[in-house]
Design a protein around this ligand. Structure first.
Ligand code: CMC
Length: 382
């Protein structure tokens, strides 16, 4: 087929196109299930640390005790904010979107990497692990600088999730909060050929380096049809109005009315719907449990009123169900993250999946270069 012929079918948005094999995760919309390297994500979220899940995604197997310890030592050694990254962030305005800050930070890390030109499997895995370790400090510092707070140095006695919250808020987070955060990281880690992961694979297919792939993936994740939806969910809640003194029922009634009006105006409501899942996102029940735990911990029942009201009205009107971003948004809000920080949190998690896919793409590469059907003017002459 050439680019000049009229094809029988155009797969707009590559909808339904199987682009390659992957052994990293399996999304099954029929059974609403998601497996990472064969393991149900719910089991991983219930039983493993995020560090263990990251190793599983990268290597294909659960780590031995020695492998785990080795990685934990590496992760703790690379947590501090690189001074060159800090300088670059300090040059960016306080009203720059945190996703732009995150994208810039990853680019700076890539440009300064001593082995930037080496994409051998061993070096690439190490780059992935170092990036995993270094990225939380970017999010934590960016939120703090916007609040006119000082940088908080990492602590080596804390695990990944505990330390992330420590660096962001400057105090040790309670166990309940750490656990909900860890669950969100595990659920956000990987989801087959979604837009940002496919972007990372496209970039890798040109034989570009890992940091270029991740930087491009961050760009794709920023959009509200993808990762930006978790932030947009909170904007919806804010638009409806959060009133801590309201009962759950009162909040639900207002949310329902808001949704009916939004749908009548043909608005797209972020946090609902999915390209692959049509009868429910496999990750939502587990994330909803984490949200319930946060609502209970912070005593914010009225927020669940908004949550339930929107969900019920959407189901009734259009039979469209929530995706992972729907429970994740209010969970991060309750933890104290600024709304614009939610999608950078998604990056922190998805760095694992993206870099596992970068390695998989590189191991059996073919340049990703589809065709297009030309529908411009016929040949003409000056
Ligand atoms: N609100 C209102 N209507 C919707 C929504 C929504 N969230 N999602 C789908 N629809 C409607 C849409 O208007 C269309 O209706 P009609 O056929 O009458 O024009 C129909 O459902 C099909 O929608 P589509 O956008 O063509 O379907 P898609 O498979 O391309 O969309 C989607 C998938 C995720 C882009 C879409 O559901 C959407 O825009 N959702 C909101 C954004 C969002 O929450 N994204 C996060 C996705 S999951 C986590 C992640 O990857 O970050």
């Amino acid at each position: 087929m050439t680019e000049q012929t009229s094809p029988d079918t155009i797969y707009k948005g590559l909808d339904g196109v199987v682009a390659d094999y992957t052994a990293i995760s399996k999304v099954n919309p029929e059974s609403n299930s998601l497996l990472y390297r064969g393991y149900p994500v719910q089991q991983l979220a219930a039983q493993l640390s995020f560090e263990e899940v990251a190793l599983l995604l990268w290597t294909g197997e659960l780590p031995s005790q020695a492998e785990k310890e080795e990685f934990i030592a590496l992760e703790r050694a690379h947590r501090a904010l690189d001074s060159r990254v800090k300088s670059a962030i300090d040059l960016l305005p306080l009203d720059a979107h945190p996703m732009d800050v995150a994208r810039t930070a990853v680019s700076v890390l890539g440009a300064n990497h001593p082995q930037s030109g080496d994409s051998s499997p061993e070096v690439e895995l190490r780059k992935a692990q170092e990036l995993f370790a270094a990225f939380p400090a970017v999010v934590a510092y960016d939120q703090r600088r916007r609040r006119k707070q000082e940088l908080v140095e990492p602590r080596e006695d804390l695990d990944y999730s505990q330390n992330f919250l420590w660096m962001t808020f400057g105090e040790e987070a309670p166990e309940e909060v750490v656990d909900a955060f860890r669950v969100s990281m595990v659920l956000y880690a990987e989801h087959s050929f979604n837009a940002s992961t496919f972007t990372a694979r496209v970039v890798t297919s040109t034989l570009a380096d890992l940091h270029s792939g991740v930087t491009a993936a961050i760009g794709a994740l920023k959009g509200p049809l993808h990762g930006g939806a978790n932030e947009a969910v909170m904007h919806t809640f804010e638009e409806i109005g959060i009133d801590k003194d309201e009962t759950r029922e009162e909040a639900a009634a207002r949310a329902k009315a808001w949704m009916e009006e939004a749908l009548a105006e043909k608005r797209k409501v972020m946090g609902f719907g999915h390209r692959v899942y049509k009868s429910g996102d496999s990750r939502v029940p587990t994330m909803k449990q984490a949200l319930d735990a946060m609502v209970k911990y912070y005593g914010r029942d009225e927020l669940m009123g908004l949550y339930d009201g929107l969900e019920a009205a959407m189901a009734e009107a259009k039979n469209i169900l929530p995706n992972l971003d729907y429970p994740a948004g209010p969970t991060y809000h309750l933890m104290g993250f600024d709304t614009e920080m939610f999608t950078p949190l998604f990056i922190a998690a998805r760095i694992t999946g993206w870099t596992a896919h970068i390695q998989e793409q590189r191991a059996d590469n073919s340049l990703i270069r589809p065709l297009s059907a030309y529908n411009g003017p016929d040949e003409r002459h000056l």
